[in-house]
Design a protein around this ligand. Structure first.
Ligand code: DGY
Length: 320
């Protein structure tokens, strides 16, 4: 009998074709996130689950999944999955590392420039017919070239973000659990503790996974340490930053600006951020390019095929 795979949202047709060749595939027919009841029903008789980063795969869902062998996350971050329970039950969890590194690092740069040069605010200004004449003090922003870049988290995306700075002649500080001597040699980057980085960087970009020890790693105390002229960028996970504290800091001019792609309670955004001109808000688009999403879909599908056909997963995040 063919094994059963549930896909929680429509993804690239080629990835679905690949799954169809091997398994009986069911895809969520609706263009929305499944609710808890639907998810419980979906996993009940599934051998494989291909899910998204906004599908909450918790203990209850994993416990209902009698035959499940693999949870293939369509995304590199997997804080949406209770990996400990999956491991206990012998279920392999996989993710999609590498294929979205450049897209996400590129978007962090897009945010950095958008905030530094007030791109979104200026676009609004022009569209609203408020551009009457060139003026010496119109919509002045921050220089990027020659400034100090602070990178928190030197994994794949943090390193790619750092490497993309080479055209801008920046001084690079980074903070991560482990030192990266290659990065230090290549970019003349300097490892510092988190506080030193926050006090000295003109631009701080966060690239850490969401874990117990990264939750609210930037809060009121850390925001106070930053320069009044500093810009904070987050393309990792929302809860890494205390969003309410950030809204206050931006409102009170404690830092100069912020660019956010992720939020504490997605898709909700703290109401305090909405009226502010010094923050650019994106709807979690880090990996949102056609080519990247295709590669993510293929990678997730290939993990399902490998595991359900008795092979090793290509991108495991747990060890069974
Ligand atoms: C991920 O893969 O974790 C991103 O946040 C989604 O693109």
């Amino acid at each position: 009998m063919r094994k059963k795979v549930y896909v929680t949202r429509m993804i690239s047709g080629e990835a679905l074709d690949l799954l169809d060749k091997h398994f009986d595939v069911r895809v969520n027919p609706e263009d929305r996130v499944l609710n808890k009841e639907e998810m419980l029903e979906a996993v009940e008789d599934a051998d494989g689950l291909l899910c998204l980063i906004n599908d909450e795969i918790d203990r209850e869902i994993i416990s209902r999944a009698g035959k499940l062998k693999i949870i293939a996350n369509y995304g590199v971050g997997y804080d949406n999955i209770d990996v400990a329970t999956a491991t206990e039950r012998g279920i392999i969890v996989t993710n999609t590392p590498g294929v979205l590194t450049d897209a996400t690092a590129d978007l962090a740069w897009a945010l950095l420039f958008a905030v530094a040069r007030r791109v979104v605010e200026s676009d609004r200004f022009a569209r609203e017919g408020r551009y009457r004449a060139w003026a010496p003090s119109l919509l002045l922003g921050m220089d990027v070239t020659g400034k100090t870049l602070g990178i928190i988290g030197a994994g794949r995306i943090g390193r790619a973000f750092a490497r993309k700075s080479t055209g801008f002649n920046m001084k690079i500080l980074y903070h991560s659990r482990n030192r990266d001597e290659e990065l230090e040699k290549e970019l003349n980057a300097r490892w510092t503790d988190k506080d030193t980085l926050l006090k000295n960087a003109d631009f701080v970009s966060v690239h850490v996974p969401l874990k117990e020890d990264t939750y609210h790693m930037i809060g009121e105390r850390e925001l106070r340490m930053m320069k009044k002229t500093a810009v904070l960028i987050n393309t990792s996970r929302g809860p890494v930053i205390d969003e309410r504290a950030l809204a206050e800091a931006l409102k009170n001019g404690e830092i100069w600006g912020a660019g956010l792609d992720v939020y504490e309670n997605e898709p909700e955004i703290d109401k305090g951020l909405i009226p502010l001109d010094n923050v650019v808000l994106l709807p979690h688009l880090g990996s949102a390019t056609n080519a990247t999403r295709y590669k993510m879909a293929m990678m997730a599908a290939e993990n399902v095929v490998a595991v359900l056909n008795g092979g090793r997963p290509l991108n495991p995040v747990n060890h069974i």
